[in-house]
Design a protein around this ligand. Structure first.
Ligand SMILES: [Zn+2]
Length: 394
């Protein structure tokens, strides 16, 4: 947090200023992301397996390599405990990469995480329900587009944590399969043609999930759930069975395009101002940039927020954050997940080459367009985080 910043002026700075300062660096290529921290708890568990004394045959090679990795570092008697821990951590990551299948399958067999998976499944159901309510209430989609989209909602397939075959398969899957379905992946994915959302196990630990309060979970993994659901809602050129067919009439697509153009203008404005020093390149920004990722951030945040508001449990306070309302905690948690120190070079490559926006904008722009944010923080109309002109798709 950076309590000197004004949440109504730059919420990302307010929520993430502390993270940015803590990870200060002058290296232009060294970006640091809070989402990487989900790796750390998994890393601890995998390290225990690599050091453990139960000697499963399939882990033998990984354990031998792990020992080699550590002792090849020319350890001297002057090595400190923190350096040694850092070496162990690095070697664990190397093993997670080299022996991804052996470690992942052994890990999920030992820790099937049934409770978290069930809890996340319930969150997805709640957010899906709320999302559908928002879509039907928005009024700009006709019956055909609503009916066809609803078929996708009904047919949606979820894979949570890891594919079920991880528990039974005896042979190593192909690298391509593992690259898409490993429980060690950091991000969630919507597979368009399969109409399938995959949440790897890594997204079921902090800073995504299991944060101690429902409101924090809804602000973090909840908004990601909403983001992935948005991909299902906006892919109007694929039907519920994965066929490439336009399921919305042209006039509904035109309405959607107009709404996303509003978002495009906001992002371009934000990028132009911030990136003015890239003389000669700024005209490339957003030329062919698809807005789907930004639309997903906008809609996902909203669906998660309203789904949280439907929960009837007691609203507990967070230690050290007793003065914050639950609504405020929702937004802090959402920003916290995305806290990062992104270098200019990193942001430049994101903006020019991908459909994703730098995290600062993934936090500030969706919130600035959401009335509930302004209400939660008491931002007066006309401030940066509560502008007069707002963009809304749903
Ligand atoms: Zn996405």
């Amino acid at each position: 947090m950076d309590l000197t910043a004004d949440p109504c002026d730059d919420f990302y700075q307010y929520a993430c200023g502390g993270f940015i300062a803590k990870h200060a660096s002058t290296d232009p290529w060294d970006s640091v992301f809070n989402i990487q921290l989900s790796n750390d708890s998994m890393n601890q568990n995998i390290k225990k397996m690599l050091l453990g004394d139960s000697y499963e045959e399939e882990l033998r090679k990984a354990r031998d390599e792990f020992a080699d990795c550590i002792f090849n570092r020319n350890l001297t008697d002057k090595v400190t405990l923190s350096t040694f821990n850092e070496i162990m951590k690095e070697c664990t990551f190397t093993m997670m990469y080299m022996f991804e299948w052996e470690l992942a399958s052994a890990y999920v067999k030992q820790n099937p995480h049934e409770e978290s998976i069930e809890a996340v499944r319930n969150m997805i159901d709640a957010i899906k329900f709320e999302f559908w309510k928002i879509v039907t209430n928005s009024g700009w989609m006709d019956d055909t587009s609503l009916n066809e989209t609803f078929k996708k909602v009904q047919n949606l397939i979820l894979i949570l944590g890891y594919p079920p075959w991880f528990l039974t398969a005896s042979r190593r899957p192909s690298v391509a399969v593992l690259r898409q379905q490993s429980p060690f992946l950091i991000g969630a994915t919507y597979f368009t043609y399969a109409n399938l959302i995959f949440f790897p196990l890594l997204t079921m630990s902090p800073p995504f999930y299991n944060l101690g309060l429902d409101v924090l979970d809804y602000g973090a993994i909840g908004a990601i759930i909403g983001h992935e659901l948005t991909h299902m809602f906006v892919t109007y050129d694929i039907d519920a069975n994965g066929n490439r067919i336009r399921i919305w009439p042209s006039f509904v697509i035109k309405l959607y395009d107009d709404k996303t153009d509003c978002i495009r203008v906001q992002y371009l404005e934000a990028f132009e101002k911030f990136l003015s020093f890239w003389e000669g390149e700024s005209h490339k920004i957003g030329k062919n940039k698809k807005m789907e990722e930004n639309v997903a951030d906008f809609a996902g945040l909203k669906a998660a927020f309203y789904a949280y508001k439907q929960l009837n449990g007691p609203k507990r306070k967070l230690v050290d954050f007793e003065n914050y309302s639950t609504e405020q905690l929702f937004f802090v948690s959402n920003a916290h997940l995305m806290c990062s120190r992104e270098t200019m070079e990193f942001m430049k490559s994101l903006i020019l080459r991908t459909n994703h926006s730098p995290f600062r904008y993934r936090v500030n722009l969706p919130m600035a367009n959401f009335d509930e944010f302004a209400r939660a923080w008491g931002c007066t109309l006309g401030t940066k985080m509560n502008p007069h002109k707002k963009c809304v798709v749903w």
